[in-house]
Design a protein around this ligand. Structure first.
Ligand code: AMP
Ligand code: MG
Length: 536
């Protein structure tokens, strides 16, 4: 289908003119029980049909993503002014073309098989084909209990929803594969949360985010079927994923499952390398949070690393630092190993060896990709192997020992002229580099860096700076920035959420207002006490 620009195409201002397409997901095995009550051991199904539970109190629109509305959903931003839209986002109004589904999946959580998890507070409203011919799945998060809710309430609170909303969009604008967030509503419906699991519960407000992804299937979607030996359903799901999402794979090919596994592994590696290169730590890399499309999903206690520390853990519940910054690639490999077990029933001996080889190559190959991504962050293109590794190792060592800011060190290396890189007066204007330069080995680093830049053919200093500023963001969603927006939002002032989204849509471009707010400054003192946990 030819893509039509927004002005050629009539964007929908009224929800009554907008509809879901025929669902393909509903061709997959459906739960025969239609009543909505918690069941711990649902069998032979991939989805349960279940309605969202309406919120009871007044709904308020916190914010929406104009880009997601226009370019994914073909909706005119004016639609957000209608009460139907608000009710749609809240799950209060189910439009006629929607058959809401909750997905049954399992997962390995913190290294252990957790059995049935599933969408305990999410409803997949339907699939939409937009004017570009793309099929998107719309999902509400926080929209009430489902058969998968276990002991929980099916709700999401405002603070975690603001974080998910902002970070999904921020990641997209950083160029990182991710689910998107279209809109966020909040109500006055009370939700009880023990935020730090210390026995002190607080009443918070229920919020719902409308999330978008081409697919919400996770590693755990396949794992649960393999664990329960539901092999017919498992095969159906694998074929569905290939046909719908991996069009390069011939669905008739005997090697299709190996090909799928290898592609998921490669894409997952690329995704985690992207995370590493912006200092993003997901926080809960359980297999139920790993996408079969290798996009970032399920934003919870994530964090952008500030002070460079390979062991940085954003999630205060992760006491063993299982999911720290430096281990994300290793964990992705571990998760892929678990995923591979779900493929085994459909592989012959040679194919099993191919999968094993893919897994064996994961670590070394990921290391090379990560190094090359970091080399690019330094404005270098030609990978000179050993010398580059040494340069990088030295820089990271200096960053760790001086405790410099991850984002701003790379950014400021891209902003400063090389001629000034050793000038203490000029370095004073670059807070992160100033700190880095206090290291006794700083001159060794700059010497090696200058030499290396000289070797990069045809790269002027202006060219290097331009390249690096396109590669290294100036603004990322720091915890304190999210926190400050959340505190206002709790008082129904959504201006900072709205402002943050605007800034994060252009993370590589200097924005005067963002500078005034200190978004590129050292994080404020008070930010060191912010803690985020799985409670959401
Ligand atoms: P998460 O940590 O958000 O990725 O969730 C892990 C699992 O717990 C998923 O199966 C969720 O659906 C479920 N879950 C988390 N919070 C809730 C909640 N408030 N109500 C119901 N299920 C939840
Ligand atoms: Mg999850």
């Amino acid at each position: 289908m030819m893509e039509k620009s927004a002005d050629q195409f009539c964007l929908k201002k009224d929800l009554r003119d907008w509809q879901f397409c025929q669902s393909k997901l509903m061709n997959l095995p459906l739960d025969i029980t239609k009543e909505n009550y918690v069941r711990r051991n649902i069998k032979d199904s991939i989805f349960s049909v279940v309605l969202p539970t309406p919120l009871k109190t007044k709904l308020k629109l916190v914010h929406f993503s104009e880009d997601a509305l226009i370019n994914i959903l073909d909706m005119d931003p004016l639609i957000t002014k209608t009460s139907e839209f608000l009710e749609f986002i809240a799950g209060n109004k189910v439009i006629p073309s929607s058959v809401p589904l909750s997905h049954r999946y399992g997962g390995y959580q913190f290294g252990f098989w957790a059995m049935q998890l599933g969408d305990g507070r999410a409803h997949l409203l339907g699939e939409y084909i937009n004017r570009a011919g793309e099929r998107w799945e719309l999902q509400l998060k926080g929209s009430g209990k489902t058969p998968y809710s276990r002991d929980a309430d099916g709700r999401a609170v405002l603070r975690s929803s603001v974080r998910e909303f902002l970070c999904s969009e921020a990641m997209y604008y950083l160029g990182i594969p991710t689910s998107r967030a279209a809109a966020l509503v909040v109500s006055d419906d009370p939700v009880l949360r023990d935020q730090f699991y210390n026995g002190f519960s607080k009443t918070e407000r229920a919020a719902v985010v409308l999330r978008l992804a081409p697919s919400w299937f996770r590693f755990g979607s396949l794992e649960i079927l393999a664990h329960n030996r539901e092999l017919t359903s498992l095969k159906k799901l694998l074929d569905f994923i290939i046909i719908e999402h991996y069009s390069q794979i011939n669905p008739q090919d005997d090697s299709r499952y190996v090909q799928l596994f290898c592609q998921v592994a490669q894409k997952t590696m690329d995704l985690v390398v992207c995370w590493q290169s912006v200092g993003f730590v997901h926080g809960v890399l359980n297999t139920d949070n790993m996408s079969m499309l290798a996009i970032t999903i399920d934003y919870g206690p994530f964090g952008f690393m500030e002070t460079y520390d390979p062991h940085f853990v954003p999630n205060s519940s992760d006491k063993e630092a299982r999911y720290c910054f430096d281990r994300q690639l290793q964990i992705a490999e571990w998760n892929l190993q678990k995923l591979s077990e779900a493929f085994i029933p459909f592989l012959d001996e040679t194919q099993v060896i191919q999968v094993r080889t893919e897994l064996q190559n994961f670590g070394p190959s990921a290391k090379v990709k990560q190094r090359s991504a970091f080399i690019k962050k330094l404005g270098l293109n030609e990978d000179k192997d050993d010398a580059d590794s040494q340069l990088l190792t030295l820089l990271l060592q200096l960053m760790e020992e001086t405790g410099t800011d991850f984002t701003m060190t790379f950014r400021q290396l891209g902003e400063i002229a090389l001629a000034d890189i050793r000038n203490p007066q000029i370095l004073n204007e670059y807070w992160s580099l100033k700190r880095l330069s206090s290291h006794p080995q700083y001159p060794s680093f700059t010497e090696a860096y200058l030499k290396r830049i000289e070797e990069e053919r045809g790269l002027t200093d202006a060219g290097r700076r331009q390249l690096m500023c396109q590669m290294n963001p100036r603004y990322v969603l720091r915890n304190w920035m999210a926190q400050s927006a959340i505190e206002k939002a709790e008082k129904d002032d959504f201006s900072e959420v709205q402002f943050l989204l605007k800034v994060l849509q252009n993370p590589y471009t200097i924005c005067e207002e963002a500078e005034e707010k200190g978004y590129a400054d050292p994080p404020p003192e008070w930010s060191h006490t912010i803690r985020v946990s799985c409670s959401s």
